[in-house]
Design a protein around this ligand. Structure first.
Ligand code: E4P
Length: 217
């Protein structure tokens, strides 16, 4: 399973990139606004830190505007992945961009039917938002299971990118289902390390080691 990080915070991206665990980055207009930085500059910097796909979302909603913005964004770096909304215009743009060799991430997916349309539009990634589905009392992980099953039935090349992830259980469940990618807020990625028995065991090993009076180097 690939791990993307869902942030436009450069300090976080640099720190997590050095862990060797990062396969890509996703951003959205809300995350860019939160960064307080210029959109195109931030994307350029992120692309220079992380070699994998870096999702940059268009702001236009109509086909012509989406295509104009996509042309500008994809020139920033080879690893820019154009993020388009799951709308008729977004999917039309997706088809043209994909056919042209540009990576496309279709975002704001909330149903299996929408995911089917994105795969048929040749998307590189489909982003179902599990946390936001859970928020309205539906089952976000069931949505992932449905999409993974559907894509496997037809060997679609579109990768399932689990988005709006809120905690480690979303990640584990998605991995068990065979989702290709999860995009994680930095805190969720860090939380995957945590286990109280690891902390307890390490403390005991260190204490016992000190008791030997030895050093390794
Ligand atoms: C995905 O690409 C989105 O940026 C993101 O996962 C949305 O998450 P949220 O529901 O926590 O805003």
């Amino acid at each position: 399973m690939k791990f993307f990080i869902d942030t436009a915070d450069l300090a976080e991206i640099k720190s997590l990139a050095s862990s060797g665990l990062l396969d890509g980055v996703t951003t959205n207009p809300s995350l860019i606004a939160k960064s307080g930085r210029d959109f195109k500059e931030v994307i350029k910097e992120i692309c220079s830190i992380v070699p994998g796909p870096v999702s940059a979302e268009v702001a236009g909603t109509e086909y012509e505007q989406i295509m104009k913005e996509a042309k500008v964004l994809r020139k920033i770096a080879d690893n820019v992945c154009i993020k388009v909304p799951l709308t008729p215009d977004g999917l039309r743009a997706c088809r043209h961009l994909s056919d042209d060799g540009t990576m496309v991430n279709v975002t704001l997916c909330f149903s299996a039917a929408q995911a089917l349309l994105a795969a048929k539009s040749n998307a590189s990634f489909i982003s179902p938002f599990v946390g936001r589905v859970d928020d309205i009392g539906w089952d976000g992980m069931q949505l992932i299971a449905d999409i993974v099953e559907m894509y496997q039935n037809y060997s679609f090349k579109t990768e399932v990118l689990v988005a709006s992830v809120r905690g480690p259980l979303h990640v584990i469940e998605a991995a068990k289902m065979g989702a290709h990618v999860a995009t994680l807020p930095p805190a969720v990625l860090r939380s995957l390390f945590n286990h109280p028995l690891t902390d307890k065991g390490l403390a005991q090993f260190l204490k016992d080691w000190q008791g030997t009076g030895q050093t390794i180097v």
